[in-house]
Design a protein around this ligand. Structure first.
Ligand SMILES: Nc1nc2c(ncn2[C@@H]2O[C@H](COP(=O)(O)OP(=O)(O)OP(=O)(O)O)[C@@H](O)[C@H]2O)c(=O)[nH]1
Ligand SMILES: [Mg+2]
Length: 471
């Protein structure tokens, strides 16, 4: 009996080793970049593809064998005994397809989902081994937390110095006056006091919240100040950056020591609850960037986004080891990266290539670093849920390419002219000082039946770059 059990276990181990690829997909992006919508559309369109709907043409082409698809099935795996919330695909679809459609809520905690693809093998000989399975493990999380990745490698003194240098520049200084005044009243001899620490924390938090809301800035740390997660406003968070003298002296009973201790405890906690436990060991990465949103938000927001992308990618591990064993020992590395400019349905087709070039320029040195490490890198534009149609309109007496859609909360279809989309980092005279938000289009009519597919732009190309070699 025991022997038979062992044989069955060994059999399923061999089956998994030969027939199953488990891919941990990092869906990376700052807050509002479009992660949750991307995951929802990816899953929905892969389910549709397995139901023989041609919703992802580039993948259909790859999977086609003598007129039939090699994708036999796509299934969302049951949540099992996971301690993490399950990504609520059904709730997202219901919201999007409601009579008064709604985009998914902001993500406030971790959620995960796994999708299993079952494929017939390409070669006749391979088919003797049985079907292949590709399991995609996907994690959704609040984008704000991503910026804690570069923070993890800093000391409190380094973080304070960097953060205050930025906070004293325009436009951050305009929202930070109260906090900066509070800092000028601090003295090295200040005693450890929860009252003071909390007051400083509140003022600093209000300053960075205003940087986000009023100027569209994104390089704002720590992430849990903006999105605290399920623990809420715990004492661990009651710290703020402060002017540090060198060398940093941490006298027992001083405010400085309390702030330093909380900063270190915050890093430990983020490592233990997010980065080391859930946000690691990725094999593939899609890096979603709301390039247009950043462009519209103005110079500071655009440069902030660029810096965030560069610092986040610096903190991740790219390339491939020479062997599976090395992978196991050193932790896996990201072997394919697709940068995606999201919400491309705000831009008429003719300008989408500009958006791609701009994305590449914004990512700066990142590509060469990733390439040098042996990772495959590509750049794409996509709209996970296309909510507009291309059209033309007359502007100042001349015809221009626009997109047309219904803005959320309105009934009438309106043209939207995105204006100039530069192909590289814009020069200083490009920027006006105003902060615009992109219009939020109402999603198109959607069939809520799972596997019906969602209208998109370029999602199939992104998925092909990301996963094509596994299909
Ligand atoms: N028109 C259009 N809007 C989109 C698309 N994808 C995302 N959006 C808009 O961008 C908003 C943010 O998208 P989410 O997917 O929630 O962004 P996120 O990265 O998950 O954001 P956080 O959860 O805050 O980190 C949505 O509410 C939509 O308004 C798209 O493909 N087309
Ligand atoms: Mg989200």
């Amino acid at each position: 009996m025991i022997l038979r059990g062992l044989a069955t276990d060994a059999g399923s181990l061999v089956d998994r080793a030969v027939n199953e690829n488990v891919i941990r997909l990092a869906v990376t992006g700052l807050s509002r970049a479009g992660k949750t919508v991307f995951i929802t559309s990816l899953i929905e369109n892969l389910l549709a593809l397995a139901r023989q709907k041609d919703t992802l043409p580039k993948l259909s082409q790859r999977l086609s064998k003598r007129g039939t698809s090699r994708l036999r099935d796509a299934t969302i795996l049951p949540a099992g005994i996971s301690a993490l919330p399950h990504f609520d695909q059904a709730a997202n679809l219901n919201g999007l397809s409601a009579a008064e459609p709604a985009w998914p809520e902001r993500t406030t905690h971790l959620a995960q989902i796994s999708l299993l693809l079952t494929l017939t093998r390409r070669s006749f000989i391979g088919q003797r081994l049985g079907d292949r399975r590709v399991r995609l493990d996907i994690l959704d999380y609040p984008g704000e937390w991503l910026l804690d990745l570069p923070l993890l490698s800093l000391t409190y003194a380094q973080w304070s110095e960097q953060t205050l240098a930025l906070l004293r520049q325009s436009p951050r200084c305009e929202t930070s006056a109260d906090f900066l005044t509070f800092l000028t009243n601090r003295r090295p001899g200040d005693q450890d006091s929860d009252g003071l620490a909390r007051q400083g924390h509140r003022l600093y938090k209000a300053a960075i919240e205003a940087c986000c809301a009023q100027y569209g800035l994104r390089y704002l740390q720590p992430g849990r100040f903006l999105c605290p997660g399920p623990m809420g406003d715990v004492p661990l968070l009651w710290f703020f950056p402060t002017d540090v003298r060198h060398p940093l002296v941490l006298l027992p009973g001083s405010l400085m020591k309390l702030l330093n201790d909380r900063f270190e405890a915050y890093k430990r906690d983020m490592r233990a609850t997010f980065f080391d436990t859930h946000f690691r060991a990725f094999d593939r990465q899609v890096l979603l960037v709301d390039v247009l949103g950043a462009l519209h938000a103005g110079r500071a927001a655009f440069h902030d986004t660029a810096r965030a992308i560069q610092d986040i990618t610096t903190a991740l591990r790219y390339g491939s080891h020479t062997s599976l064993i090395a992978d196991r020992l050193a932790g896996s590395r990201i072997k394919r990266v697709v940068f995606v400019a999201t919400k491309a349905d705000h831009v008429p087709a003719l300008l989408r290539d500009n958006l791609r070039y701009l994305l590449r320029s914004l990512s700066g040195e990142v590509e060469s670093r990733q390439n040098a490490a042996g990772a495959a890198v590509s750049y794409q534009v996509a709209a996970s849920i296309c909510s507009t149609e291309d059209g033309s309109a007359t502007l100042d007496g001349r015809s221009v390419h626009v997109v047309k859609g219904r803005i959320l909360g309105e009934d009438k279809v309106r043209p939207f002219h995105v204006g100039m989309v530069p192909t590289s980092m814009p020069p200083d005279d490009f920027w006006s000082e105003r902060f615009f938000e992109l219009p939020r289009f109402r999603p198109p009519p959607i069939d809520p039946t799972p596997g019906s597919g969602l209208r998109h732009i370029g999602l199939d190309v992104v998925l092909d770059d990301l996963l094509g070699d596994l299909l």
